[in-house]
Design a protein. Sequence first.
Length: 586
Amino acid sequence: MYHLENHGKIIDDKGGYMKLPQVCDLNSQNNEVGTMYLNNNNVTLQATPLPATANNKANALVISITDKRNSLMARDCSLNSEPDLYGKRTRRLSTKEFYVFYGHRWYVLIVVCLLALSNATLWLSYTNISKFTIPFYCNLSSEEVNKPSYCDIGVWSSQIFQIVGILTGVLGMFITDKYGIKVSCILGCTFNALGALLRVISAMPVLSLGSRLPVLYFGQTMAAMSQCFFLCLSPKVAEYWFGDHQRAFANSLSFSANPIGVAFGTLLPNFVVNDAIVGSNQNDYQLLTLNLILFVIAFITVVLSFFVQNKPATAPSPSAFLDHSTEFLAGLKILFRCKMLYVQLFTFGIAFAIQWSLPVFAELMLDEIGYKKIPPYLVVLGAITGTIGSIVGGSYIDRTKNFKEFILNSYIAICVITFSLNFHIRQPFFSNEQTLSSHIWIGILVAALGYFTIPIFPIGLELCVETTYPSPEASSSGILVITGQFFLFIIMYVMQQLQGTTWLYGDSMEFETNAKIIDLNDDVCRQKLFKSNYLLSIDFWCAISLFGVIFTAIFLKPRYLRLEYELEEGIKNAAGKKREQASKEK
């Protein structure tokens, strides 16, 4: 038995209620099935059960809606009973012009965000504490830490993520498209937690010295395998759970968890591992404490992932309602026929590489030129502003759908900022510490870089789904993520190789025979020289950003296929309503 209550709720005899899901939020908790938000209480509704027949086994109802102000608005539609998110029976309108937004969508988004955050902490947590990790894992002296060696943990613990991400990306796309959000989320969380557990084992002082580094790298590999699942989940979660007015915002929130995790993973080691006891036995247990903290976060995420649902009972948008799933290989063929995909591989990959190459190569360089204590805080600052930029950008895109203009303007800002950083780093340096104004300026530049670079990731993924529709979301976004990992690996590798050369800037490098000083009798006035060719690396970094601007301005000309489909569906529905009203007036 159904009846209408105040505020437009349709109540059944079990206490559950549903709605006409056009402007509403639906919470699936306890017996709540949905909420109908109507403009006022001038609307009456009558639900009449259809007689049970061989063709009516779903307890269908005929719904009649009357508006007292505008006579009869008359709508008949089938209300079918089917399993809800938690296995209970729920009611949904079978006509596709009604769409539902479930409260459970925020839970799914939170779990995906926690997974991204946890994985990012494992990715970069060792980049800024090389003077602690190298002696512990490789038994090298503190004097050998800054010299090139096989034990460059800060670089290789990061590079493993790029290598594994490239190799396993297709696997993650296949599983996410074939088995859905829940399976992909559980697998991603499980691999992430296993990697964190192996890192804990590698940091145990009782483990033999020869086993520590292999166990660490194996743990990094396991954690890196979770990337192929969660990095292509964001657009799929946005598509299956969020309406067209929230998709870019949801994508931005999901991807914002990654820079927040980078900030947390970069900053936490500086509080847990004490600089005063470097090389001591107590430091060994501090590394263990650091990894235990990261494992707890990963374990909590695994537990939460088992309560994630694949998709809601009722679609939140016309494109989500349409079942456009295809065979995996057939979907890839459709995807690679889209010419705009190849353009977006560059626009996404370049921005991804520009932002995340900075935390890895900047540590030693900034330390040499007088910024000894701020590299971790610069990463945090860029991550925070990037998160803000992603949220602002996602809200802007949801309102305007100006994808191209947003990405192009962001690239122009990125190019200006990278060249400004290059100019700032080249300023003469004659003492052990940079001035306060220099610290402030480099902080402003890095914060601005994060603000304009990081939003390109979620907006770029959303744009790829738009331009490659109806290709599967995980496939299109997965290809973009794999390309981003590839670009990051290549650019970091090239920059690392350029640092070891003497091309163009040999006079700015420190050699035993180099006497480029201001005053031989005053060490304070001695001009500081680089130990590596960082200036050439920065030039290459800036050249990549300039190429990104030119390439985006010339070639990025997207067509929004998903928006076109949804607009077409809206026009069809509006025309159908007019025809129905005209036929009843006759």
